[in-house]
Structures are given as C-alpha cells and as structure tokens.
Design a protein around this ligand. Structure first.
Ligand code: MEV
Length: 321
C-alpha cells in the first residue's frame, strides 16, 4: 500500500454539474469558438465507501463489479483506472455510488459530469490533490469514448463556475453578463448519440466541403454575435443568432423532428430564439424568453408540445429555477 492509500478516509463525496451549450456546438469540433455554462440546476453526486473485494459501481445504469460494467460506462471506467494509477492506489476495496439528476444522452453533459464528480470523490477518498490540468486530461480520456473526437468543450464547461467562451487550444475565458436572460430548456425525451451526430457532421463536411464550411462559418458568426450580445444585454440579437444557428445545425443534419417540434412550439409561443443544444438528433432544445413571465409561458407551451421535461432559469441576474 502506498503512502497515499494509507491516508484514505472512510467515505468521500464528489459533485459536479451538467452543462448547457448556449451556442457553437459541432462547429467547436472544427476549432471555432462556443459559449457554454455549467447547468447548475442538475447535479451529480458521487460517494466512495470502503468495501471488500473488487471495485463496485452502483448507479441507475448499472450495479455490479466495475470490471464487468456495460460498454456505455467504458469512458468512466477508463478514467477511474487512470486516476488510480496516478494516485498509486489498487483497483480494489471500495464502492462508487453515483446519484445523478443529469439525464443521460440528452446533450446536458452527463458523461463529463459523472466523470468529474467521480474524480473529485476519488481525490477526497485518497486525500490527494489533482490539478485542473490533470483532471481535464482524465476527463478527456472518458470523453474520447463518449464522443469519439471531443472538442474539450464539455469537460471545460463542467469544470467552470459560470458561462465560458471556449475555443480548443486557447485559454478558457469566463464571461461577465451584461443583463439578465431568461431561458428555457426542454427535453425531447429522445436519446441523443453525440458520437454519431459528430460523425454525421464530419461526413457532410467531407462530402460537401463548400456547403459545410459555409455552415461552420455562419455558426461562428452566431457565436460571436451572442458573445457580444451577452455582454451588452442585447436579447433580440441573441434570439436572431439562435434562429440563424439552428438553421445551420439543420443543414448539418443534427436536428430531427422531435427537436423541430419543440423549437416550432417555442417560436410560436414568442421565443426570441430557439435552437437545439448539445449533440442533437434528440436530446434537448434551448429557447430565449422575453422575461420571467414569458419563460413561464414558454415552459407551459413546451410541456403542451410534448416535452419530456422543461427547466426554466435565468442567468446574469438573480439566478432562479
Ligand atoms: C457535445 O456536447 C458538443 C459537440 O460540439 C461535440 C464536442 O464539442 O465534442 C457536439
């Protein structure tokens, strides 16, 4: 047993939030910027407790020996093994219990949040520190499995305190917001497979390079407009960019009819703008409301249109659900 494992405590907890991409998904994979924030209304809690024998994973998706976990947990398992090797601890003697509010496969960063909370719990259990850089590297390991070619956006966002401007390879910049923005997120209830959506965009960009490039450039313009508008408190400008970028995401083939149905319902209910959020082809959409009362109206309209779940919240002012 190493010095570090001797220091381990009885039980330990790690937490993390889900993520919400405001704008820039998919284009971010090609080196363009994106704006995203931790979705603090959805949390993952991980507890580590001593147990005899091999590591046990206990979650809504699976309960059993970590080494026999289903493929969908491969990313997490790889990160746990890498973390234990870095700590110098054996792969035995404890159980990992995952309680998550973040729905899986909905573009809300479930895999990054679960891995982050697990890494934090491991650090607390073995009483050691990990730099943000090291944690990002471990998250990258699990995101590689979940996304194929991750831009790093999800990992950076779940580790952030608030909205960020993210461009792969550049310093992550926190955002200060120049107004209060009321938003609504609605879940189609349909699974979104980020890896296949990313793969689909790649096929389109490869087979239609000119059209693909145009779409990516338009998304980039939308991200820049939203970046400026968030600082200025210019709601209408954000709404226009959401509309424009949603059209490009449709061209790239990552919207689908359950998403379209909710986006149309939000637009008909007077949303300033509405778009999918995350990988698309299912998962969630995001709409910008005119004010708090209107966010309540949008929430009702989206529920009536068949949303599986709707969250409304504000950013940049007194934050609330
Ligand atoms: C997925 O949450 C966001 C995508 O842009 C993929 C990525 O950034 O790795 C679709």
């Amino acid at each position: 047993m190493t010095a570090q494992t001797e220091k381990m405590v009885q039980t330990a907890e790690g937490t993390a939030y889900g993520k919400l991409i405001l704008i820039g998904e998919h284009a971010v994979v090609y080196g363009y910027p994106a704006i995203a924030m931790p979705f603090k209304w959805l949390q993952v809690q991980v507890h580590i407790t001593p147990a005899s024998g091999p590591i046990i994973l206990d979650s809504a998706l699976y309960n059993g020996k970590m080494d026999e976990a289903p493929q969908m947990l491969d990313g997490l398992v790889k990160s746990v093994k890498e973390a234990l090797s870095w700590i110098g601890a054996r792969e035995t003697g404890f159980a990992i219990t995952i309680c998550s509010d973040v729905p899986t496969g909905r573009g809300l960063g479930s895999s990054a949040a679960v891995t982050t909370a697990t890494m934090r719990a491991l650090m607390a259990y073995f009483d050691c520190e990990m730099s943000a850089h090291r944690l990002l590297a471990l998250l990258h390991t699990s995101e590689l499995v979940a996304h194929g070619t991750p831009s790093g956006l999800d990992a950076a966002t779940v580790m952030a305190d608030g909205p960020i401007w993210y461009k792969n390879g550049e310093r992550i910049t926190p955002f200060s917001l120049g107004g209060c923005f009321h938003m609504v997120v609605a879940d189609t209830g349909h699974q979104s497979d980020t890896a296949s959506a990313v793969q689909g965009v790649r096929q389109y960009v490869t087979s239609e390079p000119a059209k693909g490039k145009t779409s990516l450039l338009h998304i980039n313009e939308g991200v820049r407009d939203v970046g400026q508008a968030l600082k200025e408190g210019a709601q209408q400008k954000i709404g226009r960019a959401f509309h424009a970028v949603q059209r490009e995401l449709e061209v790239l083939g990552v919207s689908n009819s359950p998403l379209q149905q909710l986006i149309t319902a939000a637009n008909q209910a007077g949303a300033l703008g509405a778009k999918l959020t995350g990988g698309g082809r299912g998962g969630c959409m995001l709409a910008l409301a005119q004010d708090e009362a209107h966010a309540n109206e949008l929430q009702a309209a989206l529920s009536d249109a068949g949303a599986h779940h709707v969250w409304h919240f504000s950013i940049g002012g007194e934050e609330q659900t």
